[in-house]
Design a protein around this ligand. Sequence first.
Ligand SMILES: Cc1cc2nc3c(=O)[nH]c(=O)nc-3n(C[C@H](O)[C@H](O)[C@H](O)COP(=O)(O)O)c2cc1C
Length: 154
Amino acid sequence: MKKTNNNIFKKTLGKFTTGVTVVCVKQNNIIHGKTVNSFNSLSLNPPLVLFSLGNYSSSINNFLNSKYLTINILSKKQKKISNHFSQKKPSLIDIDFADGKYNTSYISNCVGNLECKLVDKIKKGDHIIFICKVINVLYDDKLKPLSYFNSNYY
Ligand SMILES: Cc1cc2nc3c(=O)[nH]c(=O)nc-3n(C[C@H](O)[C@H](O)[C@H](O)COP(=O)(O)O)c2cc1C
C-alpha cells in the first residue's frame, strides 16, 4: 500500500460504486439542491439516513438553516439533473418538482424519494454530516438507478 495523499485518496474512494442523490431544501419558495453520493442508511428503528456536505459548499447555510429536506435517488435517465445540481451556477434545465408535506419539494420520476426531518449535524474534517429522520417515502420499482464509479456515470 502507498501512503495516502489528496489525489490518491480521492481516486481510491472513486473505486466504490454508489448511487446518486440530490438533496433539496426550500427557503422562501426557492429550492436549493446539491448532488451527493455520500447518502447512506443509518438506522431502521428509528428510520435514519445520513449524507455529508462540504463546509465550503455554496449551499451549506441553506442546509444548516433548514428543518426539513428531501433526498432524491436519481434514475439512469436523470444524469442531467445530477450535473445540474453539482454546479455552483446551475445550468438552466427544466426539472419537475412535486410538493412534500413539510414545505419541501421533491424531484419527480426518481427511483426513490425521502422526505426527512433534520435531527443532527456533526462537523468532521471539511464536511458536515447531516442525520435525517425519514418521514415520508416514495419509490418506483420499474426505474433503473443512476450509478457513479471512478468519476463516471453508469
Ligand atoms: C456524483 C457526485 C456526487 C457528489 N457527492 C457529494 C457529496 O456527497 N458531498 C459533497 O459535499 N459534494 C458532493 N459532490 C459535489 C457537489 O455536488 C458540488 O459540486 C460541490 O459541493 C461544489 O459546489 P457548491 O459549492 O455549489 O456546493 C458530488 C458531485 C457529484 C457529481
